[in-house]
Design a protein around this ligand. Structure first.
Ligand code: EPZ
Length: 432
């Protein structure tokens, strides 16, 4: 197993290119199941979750070839099952339900089970798919879905679930007739999925709004040109926070400022100078960060995936901040670890009150979920002394080339075996 070692205190300066969005890549790769043939995707990030999805498709009989343009061949589907060992590691695997019911009329998917940030049920997914005509039974921890030709329906979600919206859209595109999906998720990754489906011949209106209308078609075919995955807005926001917390100056290129309005506003509130132009965003961190209030909401509100990262800024602000998490029931796993670095955070239920301190101090800290891990890296970049971030397999799920990107803007960071205990060895790794 490996860990990250970080020596904080460097003002990070320079340019980082945003990778393709993990949360667009996963549904789009799974959506290839809807159109038999060879698909080509570009700007696919090199991430553990992307590899897991490609291996899941492979186990279903759809081989892929990774390169500048990644090919996925969905001509034949041999198995219509997403097994427990895949789903428990990557919840997004439940997205095979929609496409498989639409294409094969049958799907068998392990229930995802909970994860560090919450129970994360899929009741809304099933509600929508049943409205389209699917039938489900639960056996041995697996959901077994069957359907004849799906029929368009008028569906209203109880709340704008991202995965639920994506699963239902992927089923409705091949259903007979019209589907109106109301209270739909508006995230940019949902829009990217709809854009991809349109290149296959799907007829979708309203992507990015809370009412999405789908005219079912009888068949979909692979696009003639490779599809470019949209940029990762959460990765972008994470590196902007790296500039904010080190008093640095970082420009993110190949990204989309329009997808980050609430995050950029919050960074400005915290004292950062933000400059955007075309596909670039520049963040100059202040001498002293200012406190702020933050509440996570469905898009276009403040994204839950940026909550932990902004909380790190609050730990160093000159005053009291509050962070309210309204999307997941247990997304403060970074709090005890930040407190071990000297932060003063009082979390009661889904509200955290943060009293800023002058500086954090390095420590050995434990990653628990993807974005909490990113927050610990940010804290280490600012803290005095050495920080070790353990269980970095969480980070490998969502941050492509993390060490190289941060070294490229001046961070003292290295990836070493977690068996290394001697500080001299860690410092040598930082100088390598
Ligand atoms: C997607 O997860 C993202 N993952 C998450 O990013 C992101 O945090 C989340 O959307 C919210 O924006 C991918 O896109 C692969 P939801 P998803 O369904 O689809 C509850 C990251 O760090 N819920 O919008 O699972 C659920 O428990 C990851 O990149 C139900 O109760 O999110 C949660 O509390 C983490 N019933 C809330 O809704 C359902 O049927 C939001 O879930 C579905 C969801």
């Amino acid at each position: 197993m490996e860990k990250l070692v970080i020596e904080g205190g460097q003002r990070l300066q320079g340019t980082i290119r945003a990778s393709g969005a993990k949360n667009a890549a996963l549904p789009i790769m799974i959506a290839t199941l809807l159109a038999p043939g060879e698909h080509r995707l570009t700007n696919l990030p090199e991430l553990a979750d992307v590899s897991s999805t490609l291996s899941l498709l492979g186990r279903m009989g759809c081989p892929s070839l990774v390169g500048d343009s990644t090919k996925i061949d969905t001509t034949r589907i041999a198995f219509n099952e997403a097994p427990y060992d895949v789903v428990r590691k990557m919840r997004a695997s439940v997205l095979v339900l929609g496409p498989m019911l639409a294409r094969q009329g049958e799907a068998r998917v392990s229930l995802p089970g909970g994860c560090a940030i919450g129970v994360r049920p899929i009741d809304q997914h099933l509600k929508g798919l049943e409205a389209l005509g699917a039938k489900f039974e639960l056996k041995g921890g697996y959901i077994h879905g069957t359907a004849g030709r799906l029929r368009g329906a008028d569906i209203t979600l109880d709340f704008p679930t991202v995965g639920g919206t994506e699963n239902i859209i992927m089923a409705a595109v091949l259903a007979e007739g019209t589907t109106h999906l109301r209270n739909a998720a508006r995230e940019p990754e949902v829009v990217d999925l709809c854009n991809f489906l349109t290149t296959l011949g799907a007829q979708i209106e309203g992507a990015g709004t809370d009412v999405i209308t789908i005219e079912g078609v009888t068949r979909l075919t692979p696009a003639s040109r490779p599809y470019p995955i949209c940029p990762d807005r959460i990765e972008t926001g994470t590196w902007l926070c790296a500039a904010a917390i080190t008093g640095g100056d970082i420009e993110i290129t190949d990204t989309d400022p329009a997808q980050l309005t609430d995050v950029l506003t919050k960074l400005q509130e915290a004292g950062c100078t933000i400059t955007t132009s075309g596909t670039s965003i520049r963040c100059q961190g202040p001498e002293t960060l200012r406190p702020f209030e933050l509440t996570t909401e469905p898009y276009p509100g403040f994204p839950t995936d940026m909550q932990a990262q902004l909380m790190v800024l609050a730990t160093l602000a000159n005053g009291e901040s509050t962070v309210t998490e309204k999307i997941f029931e247990n997304r403060f796993m970074h709090v005890p670890e930040l407190c071990r670095m000297g932060a003063r955070i009082d979390a009661q239920g889904n509200v955290a009150t943060i009293e800023g301190v002058p500086t954090l101090t390095g420590a050995a800290v434990m990653a628990s979920d993807l974005r909490a891990s990113a927050a610990l890296v940010l804290a280490g970049l600012s803290a005095q002394g050495l920080t070790e971030v353990l269980r970095i397999y969480h980070l490998d799920r969502g941050y492509e080339h993390l060490v190289d990107k941060l070294k490229g803007v001046g961070a003292r960071i290295a990836r070493i075996s977690d068996a290394v205990r001697e500080e001299s060895v860690m410092l040598a790794a930082l100088d390598a």
